[in-house]
Write a protein that binds this ligand. Structure first.
Ligand code: A2P
Length: 288
């Protein structure tokens, strides 16, 4: 069963609910973040994703609070995620970084906290111990009720597997780069097979895939935009897309994806697209 509207949720394995379409704020300047977050919440988004490394957590908090006041929403109506930056790996630093993020956001609790990038063997002989140590902080904050769900980002299947073996609590979410022409398919399949919800960052390939001819051919057929096709393609894979935009028109357009369904044939045709835009980071070799 596909999502029928923007506030529909997926259920994480611990029972927490995550809205199945979110708003990403990577590359939104701190000055514009509050305004964009407010526009997104006005447009119906209930899942806002930021990170320590985006430098705009303060703006996210302001936008969420202003939207709650103006639109009569409660804290529990909005799902807020942030991520721990690579400089703060390890138990002690992670504990401190969490408090700083929460303070910047001005929130009492976090819905989801993610390790932004895995420590990997290419740069760290003790990569497993580093990830385990960071994860101990996450587990403790989760058990203490400071965070409703904990997860990872940019973890390939073997990183998720190692952390699951080493830790006490399996990650609930893995947020990875996933868009037409570049899907981290193995990682996504591994996670979904193990009950871990997958989120997609750069679902539009940072805007780069939107000129692709095949995507535009399909878009025309459904009387939709190429961006809406990318988002719908992910929704039909049960992957949570986190499109980013600073324009109200696009923010609304990206949420208007619940009145059509892509055929299996069109899904497969998008699956086959070659690289056509986006970062295409390899977490195992990205310097982190
Ligand atoms: P802008 O921020 O200027 O509105 P991604 O979500 O993959 O990171 O892609 C974000 C990029 O795609 C941004 O440059 C954003 O532009 C652009 N974008 C977002 N939504 C749309 C849309 N519906 N149509 C065209 N471009 C879009």
């Amino acid at each position: 069963m596909y999502m029928e509207n923007i506030s529909d949720t997926l259920t994480l394995y611990n029972g927490a609910k995550i809205p199945g379409l979110g708003f990403g704020v990577w590359q939104i300047s701190p000055l514009h973040t509050a305004k964009c977050v407010k526009m997104a919440i006005r447009a119906g988004y209930r899942n806002i994703d930021t990170a320590e490394g985006y430098m705009n957590e303060k703006g996210v908090g302001e936008g969420v609070r202003q939207a709650m006041d103006e639109y009569g929403l409660r804290r529990e109506d909005i799902f807020v995620s942030t991520k721990l930056w690579n400089d703060n790996r390890g138990y002690d630093k992670a504990m401190k970084a969490f408090e700083v993020s929460l303070k910047k956001l001005g929130l009492e609790y976090l819905d989801l906290y993610l390790i932004h990038w895995p420590a990997v063997s290419r740069w760290h002989d003790d990569w497993r111990e580093i990830n385990r140590s960071t994860w101990r902080a996450f587990e403790e904050l989760y058990r203490d009720g400071r965070i409703k769900a904990i997860g990872v980002s940019n973890f390939l299947a073997h990183h998720v597997q190692a952390l699951t073996e080493d830790g006490d609590i399996k990650p609930m979410v893995n947020q990875i780069e996933y868009h037409p022409g570049f899907g981290q398919v193995k990682s996504a399949e591994y996670c979904q097979a193990n009950g871990i919800v997958v989120e997609a960052w750069s679902p539009l390939g940072s805007g780069g895939v939107l000129k692709n001819g095949e995507l535009n051919r399909i878009a025309k057929k459904y009387n939709k935009s190429a961006a809406q096709i990318c988002i719908r393609w992910l929704l039909q894979k049960n992957i949570v897309p986190l499109p980013k935009s600073t324009h109200e028109r696009y923010i609304m357009e990206n949420a208007d994806v619940f009145d059509f369904a892509l055929s299996e044939e069109d899904m497969a045709s998008i699956d086959r697209l070659p690289y056509c835009g986006g970062m295409m980071f390899d977490p195992d070799s990205a310097r982190s």
